[in-house]
Ligand binder design. Structure first.
Ligand SMILES: *Cc1c(COP(=O)(O)O)cnc(C)c1O
Length: 256
């Protein structure tokens, strides 16, 4: 067991509980998604041994690669029961695709992914719909629509005004279920600066529910990262995506 990851997990969970208490919410209604990025597989396993189930990846190739590594390790545990006297059932990680998704990567992740948070165009939704049919998936693909609430031009996500028209169009695609909305706030050292974006996503969510653009499965608001997940919870997040606060600082990524 990696002790540091255990401490980090407990601290993040305690912070989630505190944020919920401040606004009278039940922590059971907030899903913590551990964003793995370049975290080591052994650290991911440590989290799973602590009964953590939800993981997020921003790159499709990483998502499928890590899933295969973890499932293989789990399989070994089943085949060698004497080595691990662990009576708990084997859990499978639940994967959340949270980063930009190119259409040619859709087919590879669909069999593995639980939620796709980053749908921001009709073309991508159509690709998901067609690929799901071709793969003969039994369940509808659960997606969230990503909204650019900060209105920074370089940000991924739908313009606020494009959200409802897109949701109406996606309704006609039989293999997709729109389960909620996702946003990223502008980067800032002060979590309070994210509150405006988060409040805006929550308003859009309520508006879509109120106008019955979506069904009962529309119930998720994915917002908040290491720097601002507590503010996100105060503003109504049901899913927070936390990397650094669990796994530590990442290696610097090359500028794209
Ligand atoms: C990396 C990433 C996160 C987590 O970021 P941290 O600041 O490390 O918590 C959350 N959401 C998305 C879309 C990401 O790419």
């Amino acid at each position: 067991m990696n002790e540091r990851i255990k401490e980090n997990l407990y601290r993040v969970k305690a912070n989630i509980a505190e944020a919920c208490a401040r606004v009278g919410r039940n922590p059971a209604n907030v899903t913590l998604i551990a964003v793995t990025k370049d975290a080591e597989p052994t650290v991911i396993r440590s989290l799973m041994d602590l009964d953590h189930e939800h993981f997020g990846e921003s790159k499709p190739q990483e998502l499928t690669r890590r899933n295969a590594l973890i499932c293989e390790a789990m399989q070994r545990r089943i085949e060698l029961p004497g080595l691990m006297a662990d009576p708990r059932p084997v859990i499978r990680p639940k994967w959340h695709m949270i980063g930009h998704l190119q259409r040619n990567k859709v087919k590879a992740i669909l069999p593995v992914v639980d939620y796709i948070h980053s749908v921001d165009s009709l073309r991508l939704a159509e690709e998901i719909n067609t690929a799901a049919a071709r793969l003969g998936l039994e369940k509808k693909v659960k997606i969230l629509l990503q909204v650019n609430t900060s209105e920074e031009p370089q940000k991924q996500g739908l313009a606020v005004g494009a959200l409802i028209p897109l949701a109406e169009q996606i309704k006609t695609l039989p293999n997709i279920q729109v389960c909620g909305l996702m946003t990223m706030a502008a980067l800032s050292d002060n979590p309070e600066n994210s509150r405006f974006c988060f409040g805006r996503l929550r308003e859009l969510f309520e508006e879509m529910k109120g106008e019955r653009i979506t069904g009962p499965e529309f119930r998720h608001i994915s917002m908040g990262m290491s720097q601002d997940y507590q503010v996100a919870i105060e503003e109504g997040a049901t899913m927070v995506r936390v990397g650094t606060a669990l796994f530590g600082e990442r290696k610097p990524q090359p500028e794209i």
